[in-house]
Design a protein around this ligand. Structure first.
Ligand code: 13P
Ligand code: ZN
Length: 275
């Protein structure tokens, strides 16, 4: 099957362009990865090249041995993905130890997968295990309002989660496990990948202080929707803080408990503290 005609490539491109339209991908900002199903990987085997040598991932992901991923290229602009996907994206294969990758398709003008490949793969490894193989999408975006919030709220999971939940009623339903927060770190390496994937053990959303956000999900729609909802909640919160930092009223702990009951979600007590 022609790779450009597959449903997963078309879904990936649409999601990337949706993110660009939101203003989350200035220059080469952000990256996206998708773990192919065994059937998807099988359906494109005769379209893959095996000329690219194996290269070290820079971390170890034994839980992903033999998996295939569609990922954005390092330094490539989200803006250009819809125009020239074969130059902006690639499909990589992971070796049988989870130590090396090789490019099997894409990046026709050269390049390498995103510099955040260690973070993407370590998050995928955690989510494959903790979601019983359901999560396949990891998305990193430079979401303006969440970044702004990391300058004004303490960098604590408890505070970010509660403030984001209070800012839009849908939030506790969409991310009942709250958000994790990573303090500022140098991007692109193993260290930030380790800190992010630790938080992905529990959360589907991890914020990078003064940088952006990572979201995990089972489909392109659910993962994009999650990023969109968190970012919109941050926008509302910033507007409230700008106009009246001492909120006149808000969604109360009691309200959260009623919501959890009717929407059949479990909200951790950790976030339902009295202020
Ligand atoms: P890449 O261009 O290597 O994907 O890096 C962009 C980015 O957002 C780094 O955090
Ligand atoms: Zn980034």
């Amino acid at each position: 099957m022609r790779i450009m005609d597959t449903k997963f490539v078309r879904g990936f491109i649409k999601m990337a362009d949706d993110g660009f339209q939101q203003g989350w991908h200035e220059a080469n900002g952000g990256n996206l990865s998708y773990r192919l199903t065994p059937n998807e990987a099988e359906s494109i085997q005769n379209r893959l090249s095996d000329h690219d040598p194996w290269k070290p991932i820079g971390t170890s992901v034994p839980g992903l041995a033999g998996e295939y991923f569609l990922v954005t290229g390092s330094g490539k602009y989200f803006r250009n993905i819809i125009v020239d996907p074969e130059a902006s994206l690639c499909i990589v294969e992971i070796d049988d130890k989870g130590e090396n990758y090789r490019v099997r398709w894409g990046l026709v003008e050269g390049g390498r997968p995103t510099s955040e490949l260690p973070a993407h793969l370590m998050n995928h490894e955690v989510k494959k295990r903790t979601t019983n193989d359901q999560h396949r999408v990891i998305y990193h975006a430079h979401t303006t309002n969440i970044i702004a919030l990391t300058f004004v709220l303490p960098l604590e999971d408890k505070i970010f989660t509660r403030e984001l939940w209070e800012s839009a009623t849908e939030c506790p339903v969409l991310f009942p496990k709250g958000v994790g927060v990573v303090p500022w770190m140098v991007p692109g390496g193993r260290a930030i990948a380790v800190e992010t994937s630790k938080r992905m053990e529990y959360h589907d959303v991890v914020i990078w202080a003064h940088h952006g956000m990572f979201c995990s999900g089972s489909t392109f729609d659910l993962t994009f929707g999650l990023m969109h909802a968190v970012e919109k909640s941050a926008e509302i919160l910033l507007k409230v803080l700008a106009v009246r930092p001492d909120k006149l009223q808000t969604i109360t702990v009691e309200n959260f408990r009623d919501l959890a009951k009717d929407f059949h979600v479990t909200l951790s007590e950790e976030y339902l503290y009295e202020k």
